[in-house]
Structure formats: structure tokens, C-alpha cells
Ligand binder design. Structure first.
Ligand code: A2R
Length: 315
């Protein structure tokens, strides 16, 4: 049985990935969290790990000897990256290098998947849509720059040290359990608050014209599981649906599923000055390498995210 280690599993993606690796792929799953975090996944054995401490990583890897490593640990908030660029660089660049150096010290070569972001492409031009992996990178925030840096360093390590590193650029992923700082989860939470009488029947929104590429997190983690096994070392793969949808359309879908009526109001605070009008992934490379196809519709994800908030919020 293959052993998989998920580093940084206490976030949104980690528990879904653990479920896919154990139930979907039949692997033995290990996961790490920060000491202060809570992580209860029945399908994985959980260890404490801070990636800022390389010796901790060396120690864990030499004890577990995983076949596959998924590097999810990150400071993943764009807003925090503006407020605290130093910390973001420490975790997303220095932490990743600690992990890569720890892998280098092993006497065998595990396959490692490093998770980056569609944000790395930044200010894409209309003629560059859908975005291919070899597109020019114009990161527009500190988080995006650190992920682009992680990607470049991983490519250099692959070539210089003959490592089995595979890189991903994940586009917007959504689903039940996502923090409400992300648009779909936030809209669903607001709708349920209105349903339960916790707020006035007014949903506050930002730029509804932007088009983004949304994929259910369960489809995303299936792509990760396939890529770690079938991706080529040193290559980067977009993970997304390949279809951009206007935020307005998402909002309409969510409101159509609401149990009460509501008014839509634009909150100027939510309008970002540098919004890129359309972001859409070209997923041909992912599909060719793995045969991956999207299975979960936008409608299903939205329904389940609404139902998630209905269980979380008390009237
Ligand atoms: O920042 P926290 O306290 O939420 O902890 C995050 C954790 N993390 C670390 N783990 C080990 N050592 C560190 N020094 C360290 N700093 C932060 O990594 C969190 O539990 C986990 C990342 O989870 P999320 O932020 O929820 O990201 P998500 O949505 O699971 O995405 C996974 C990957 C990330 O690399 C994203 O940047 C990318 O996919 O889109």
C-alpha cells in the first residue's frame, strides 16, 4: 500500500484530500497540522509540524518514508500577505525550501506535489484566455509572488538535484466548509443568515462582472491525487474547470436556491481596484497527463455549500 503524507492538512483542502487518497486511491494517509490547530480526520494519522523548522520535517520524513508528499502548508490569504509580507515569504518560500531540502536528504526519491495558485498569472491579457501553463507570470500581490517563487524554485530543484517534483496552479476551488472570506462561501453564508433572520434581507456584493474559474474541491483533490502519480517531474499543471463563470451568474444561482426573497446591494468596500475581468484555466495539459474530468457541477457545489451553512448557523 502506497504511503501519502499531506503537509498542512488542517485547512480547507486537507481533509478532502485525505478522504480522496484513502477512499478513492486506497493509500495509507498521514497528515500534519500546526501544534495549535485542531484536525480530526479518521482517515489519517496526524502529526504536528511547523515547516519553518527544517529539522522537524527531516525527522518526520525519515520516520514515515512516504511515497507521495502533498505540500499544502501555506499562508494562503491575499489580504494577510499585504499586511504581513515577511511572514508570507517565510512560510510560502522559506518553508517550501525547508521541505524540499528535507526531501533531498532522504536516501530515496518520493514524488512531491507542490500547490501553487492561478493567482501566479496575475494580470492576464484578454488574448491569453484560457491561460496555459507557459503563460507569462504577472503576479499582482505578495501571495501570488511567493507562489510563483515556490514554483520556480521547485523547477530548479527538479533539474539540479534530479527530484520528482510536480507543480500545480490551482484556480478558485469551492465547497462545503470553505471559510467565508471566499466569494461563493460568503454569498451562501449571507443567504443563510437572511433565511434564519440573522440579518436584513439584503445581500452585500462586490464586483459581479468578474469571471472566474470555479471547481469543486473534491474534483480538485482528485486532480492532485492523479497528478502526484502520473504528472511529469518539473512540470506545472493548471487545475481548474476550464470554464469561467460570471460572479453575477453564481449569485443568481445561489439566490434561486434561497428559501426567502432578498435585495442585492453593491458594497463599495468589496470592489477591488485591480480586479482582472476574466480568469480561465486551460486544462488540456492536466487532462492529457491524467484523464481527469470535472464530475461535480457548480449547481451541486452551491447546493451543498448552502446546506453546509444551514447546519452551521443558528437562528
Ligand atoms: O495559517 P493557518 O494557521 O490556517 O495554518 C495553515 C497551515 N500553515 C502551516 N503549516 C505548517 N507550518 C507552517 N509554518 C504553516 N503556516 C500555515 O497550512 C493551514 O492549516 C494550512 C493551509 O491551509 P489553507 O490556508 O486553508 O489553504 P487551503 O485552502 O487548504 O489550500 C491548500 C493549498 C495552499 O498552499 C494554498 O495556498 C493553495 O492550496 O491554494
Amino acid at each position: 500500500m502506497k504511503k501519502a503524507l499531506i503537509i498542512g492538512a488542517a485547512g480547507f483542502v486537507g481533509p478532502y484530500l485525505a478522504a480522496e487518497l484513502s477512499d478513492g486511491q486506497g493509500m495509507e494517509v498521514y497528515a500534519t497540522k500546526l501544534p495549535h490547530e485542531h484536525l480530526d480526520i479518521i482517515r489519517a494519522r496526524v502529526h504536528d509540524l511547523n515547516i519553518l523548522n527544517k529539522e522537524e520535517i527531516v525527522d518526520l520524513l525519515s520516520r514515515l518514508r512516504p511515497d507521495y508528499i502533498f505540500h499544502l502548508a501555506a499562508q494562503s490569504s491575499v489580504a494577510v500577505s499585504w499586511r504581513n509580507p515577511g511572514l508570507t515569504i517565510d512560510i510560502n518560500v522559506k518553508g517550501s525550501v525547508n521541505m524540499l531540502d528535507a526531501v533531498r536528504e532522504l536516501d530515496y526519491r518520493p514524488r512531491v506535489l507542490l500547490i501553487g495558485s492561478g493567482e501566479e498569472y496575475g494580470h492576464v491579457l484578454p488574448e491569453e484566455i484560457p491561460i496555459r501553463e507557459d503563460n507569462y507570470l504577472r503576479p499582482g500581490n505578495i501571495y501570488a509572488a511567493t507562489k510563483a517563487c515556490q514554483n520556480m524554485i521547485a523547477k530548479i530543484y527538479t533539474d539540479a538535484y534530479d527530484m520528482e517534483l510536480i507543480m500545480v496552479r490551482a484556480f478558485n476551488h469551492i465547497g462545503p466548509g470553505q471559510a467565508p472570506r471566499f466569494v461563493v462561501s460568503e454569498f451562501c453564508k449571507q443567504v443563510v443568515e437572511i433565511e434564519k433572520g440573522l440579518r436584513e434581507p439584503v445581500i452585500m456584493v462586490g464586483n459581479l462582472k468578474a469571471k472566474r474559474d470555479f471547481t469543486d474541491v473534491r474534483d480538485v483533490v482528485r486532480a492532485y491525487a492523479l497528478l502526484v502519480q502520473h504528472g511529469s517531474a518539473g512540470e506545472t499543471y493548471n487545475v481548474g474547470s476550464g470554464h469561467a463563470v460570471e460572479i453575477r451568474e453564481i449569485l443568481d444561482l445561489i439566490i434561486s436556491k434561497a428559501r426567502v426573497g432578498m435585495e442585492v446591494k453593491v458594497d463599495p468596500e468589496k470592489l477591488r481596484p485591480v480586479d482582472v475581468p476574466i480568469i480561465e484555466a486551460d486544462t488540456a495539459k492536466l487532462k492529457k497527463a491524467t484523464g481527469w474530468e470535472q464530475k461535480i457541477s457548480l449547481e451541486q457545489t452551491i447546493q451543498e455549500t448552502l446546506d453546509y451553512w444551514r447546519t452551521q448557523l443558528q437562528a
